[in-house]
Ligand binder design. Structure first.
Ligand SMILES: O=P(O)(O)OC[C@H]1O[C@H](OP(=O)(O)OP(=O)(O)O)[C@H](O)[C@@H]1O
Ligand SMILES: Nc1ncnc2[nH]cnc12
Length: 230
């Protein structure tokens, strides 16, 4: 393992610890008994006065992922209303860090050139994903960028046509594209993003959608990772 990979693991373990502590409201006492590490040591990890060894970090991550999976964080932080799901936790830095660690481990070794999302609510998650994959962020918008060629994809949303655009130069033939969004209700936005990547001649390496309605089915020949269905 390269030195930098060890350091990443150490930081990932501490970030996971801090994120689940804040987002799930877990005490050091509980974390201490789950991890078998004294509370005083955990609090020094959290303040940054100390780092776990690489071996301890790997063990911590395994235990934390098993006991506090990111799906539990999503489930406990989202708020269901009649027809609306409040997903505002996707705007918390603690959640971005948790999501980065999750993606890095779930999709370890995946080559990604572009992380593609649709404006606006998917953007913070897509930034976190692009950061972890060392990829370029591309945001599909509901308007055409002027002065350049755009790929476009039109679908019907509650009877009205919606068109998503991306500048043609931003996704090239043969690129490996990873799709990110906060929620899929009808799956039409996800399908539109797949359509845009296909028009560009790119390959889709995978997709991560935090929350999806049970009815949403995407048979696109690539894995769509969903953390919570309703
Ligand atoms: O599966 P679907 O029915 O297509 O819905 C999912 C999409 O809807 C939301 O975006 P929205 O278009 O509301 O724009 P916003 O991100 O600006 O709220 C959400 O961020 C997804 O992109
Ligand atoms: N946050 C949300 N909740 C429910 N339906 C949606 N469609 C798009 N965004 C949504």
């Amino acid at each position: 393992m390269r030195r930098v990979e060890g350091i990443r693991l150490q930081l990932d373990a501490v970030n996971y610890l801090k994120s689940v502590k804040t987002l799930l409201g877990i005490t050091y006492r509980e974390l201490s008994s789950i991890l078998d590490i004294p509370e005083s040591v955990l609090s020094r990890y959290a303040t940054g006065d100390m780092l776990p060894s690489v071996e301890t970090a790997e063990e911590m991550l395994k235990k934390l992922e098993e006991r506090y999976p990111i799906s539990e964080v999503v489930k406990s932080r989202l708020r269901m209303y009649d027809t609306y799901v409040d997903m505002s936790f996707v705007n918390l830095p603690q959640f971005w860090r948790l999501y980065e660690v999750y993606l890095g481990r779930r999709f370890s070794g995946l080559r990604v050139d572009v992380v593609l999302t649709a404006a606006a609510d998917g953007i913070p998650l897509a930034v976190a994903a692009a950061s972890r994959f060392e990829a370029t962020l591309v945001v599909a918008k509901q308007y055409r960028e002027p002065g350049v060629d755009n790929y476009e994809y039109t679908y019907l949303r509650e009877g009205r046509p919606v068109t998503l655009y991306v500048p043609a130069g931003h996704i090239k033939r043969g690129y490996s594209v990873f799709i990110v969004d906060d929620i899929a209700r009808t799956g039409k936005t996800l399908r539109a993003l797949v359509g845009l990547a296909s028009k560009a001649g790119a390959e889709i390496a995978g997709a991560s959608i935090l929350v999806a309605k049970k009815e949403v089915r995407i048979d696109a020949g690539f894995p769509v990772d969903v953390l919570y269905t309703y």
